[in-house]
Design a binder for this molecule. Structure first.
Ligand code: ZN
Length: 387
């Protein structure tokens, strides 16, 4: 892996919600990790083998989709589509977190079967990254009969996440809460479906159900796609410290309502962004960018803060060593700019104006995965690569 420098960066977005913009115009990547950040003239450039000139564009961490429904590989039976993960890479997504492989045809609902699916998907995605995208797959779907020893086995075999509770046969807090305790004891992160029924087979989940179950993450606080009432959402924001996910394939009005209280409570660190696709709504390669735009153009969130909600905030709750531009972190990076014809002068002002930014390059572990995106509008700027 060549030692890389990215220079001539116009704006450096950190992904850290407490300090979302960094000074500096260059960074160095070695062994897939960020090794130095600062001003080019101050950096030690010995041994650099490749230079990407960012053409004064904006550098951000790679986006993390906190809510994806893959199955195995880059195929979704839900919308009968190939390469949807590759498409989201063209929307700046470098990590996708499975909220459960629920679309597997004939998904087994017994204890042995649900465990087998989680272990298989976790190992399959760990062995093969679709187009380079890091998929945290194999989230265990809770079914009646799972015991503490099952969670211990799942954790040993590489399962790190409990799929949104409510999708499987375990629906009541009485049944789910002990499983959540076992899962957390084994180091797993737990998400819970919230709101109305999204597709036949899932259940309506209230604020009290969530509080009694005690997950880490309230999946789609804005509905998926049917929201809880505003009073229920408000209760979850005010009375708990849970992480709150805004989903693209959710209720848009509810995003505006939820963000008013979140802003008042200064609870931006609790917000993460998920696509909730593939789903009935479809496959949405620009879903995470679209939520960033929605928050920054209609909810009074600064563009760099909205980006942190889709990067550093999510990395923190899932304990991933990425999502933040910081020395020692995995170098998953996006170079973006205002799109051609935008009223915005750079990526951040374009986002705040409601325009999808133009992606000029996406890197994973410091390697270029794509140049100009085939899905966003074209960026104003251009990168230049020299070896
Ligand atoms: Zn859901």
């Amino acid at each position: 892996m060549p030692k890389l420098m990215i220079k001539n960066i116009g704006t450096l977005v950190s992904g850290d919600i407490s300090n979302p913009l960094l000074t500096g115009d260059a960074l160095i990547v070695e062994g897939g990790l960020i090794q130095a950040i600062g001003r080019e003239k101050d950096l030690d450039v010995r041994g650099i083998e490749q230079v990407i000139d960012a053409g004064k564009m904006t550098l951000t961490p790679g986006l993390i989709d906190s809510h994806c429904h893959p199955v195995l590989g880059d195929f979704t039976p839900r919308q009968k589509m190939l390469d949807f993960i590759e498409s989201s890479l063209h929307g700046g997504v470098t990590t996708a977190i499975s909220a459960g492989e629920v679309h597997l045809p004939g998904r087994p609902k017994d204890v042995a079967g649900t465990k087998a699916l989680a272990i298989l998907a976790a190992k399959s995605f760990a062995n093969a990254r679709p187009s380079g995208v890091k998929v945290l797959g194999g989230s265990i779907i809770l079914e009646p009969g799972l015991q503490e020893k099952d969670f211990e086995e799942l954790a040993r075999e590489g399962v790190k996440v409990v799929a949104e509770i409510g999708l499987g046969g375990v629906k009541s807090p009485k049944e789910a809460a002990p499983m959540v305790k076992w899962a957390k004891k084994c180091g797993m992160v737990v998400m819970m479906h919230t709101g109305g029924t999204s597709i036949p087979g899932s259940a309506t989940v209230s604020a009290d159900d969530v509080i009694a179950t005690d997950p880490d993450i309230v999946s789609h606080i804005n509905g998926g796609p049917t929201a809880v009432s505003f009073a229920e959402a408000e209760k979850l924001i005010r009375k708990t410290a849970l992480t709150l996910e805004i989903a693209h394939c959710g209720n848009s009005k509810m995003i505006v309502d939820v963000m008013k209280i979140v802003k008042e409570m200064k609870a931006y660190p609790r917000i993460i962004i998920g696509n909730d696709a593939p789903s009935g709504t479809g496959v949405i390669p620009l879903g995470i960018l679209r939520v960033i735009n929605f928050l920054a153009s209609l909810c009074g969130v600064k563009a760099e803060e909205a980006i942190a909600m889709a990067t550093g905030n999510t990395a923190k709750v899932y304990r991933l060593n990425r999502g933040v531009i910081e020395v020692g972190r995995e170098a998953d990076l996006v170079i973006m700019d205002a799109p051609l014809g935008s009223v915005g002068k750079d990526a951040l002002s374009a986002i705040e104006a409601g325009d999808i930014p133009g992606i000029a390059a996406v890197l994973i572990d410091g390697r270029m995965k794509i140049g100009v995106s085939r899905n966003t509008p074209p960026p104003n700027g251009k990168i230049a690569i020299s070896q």
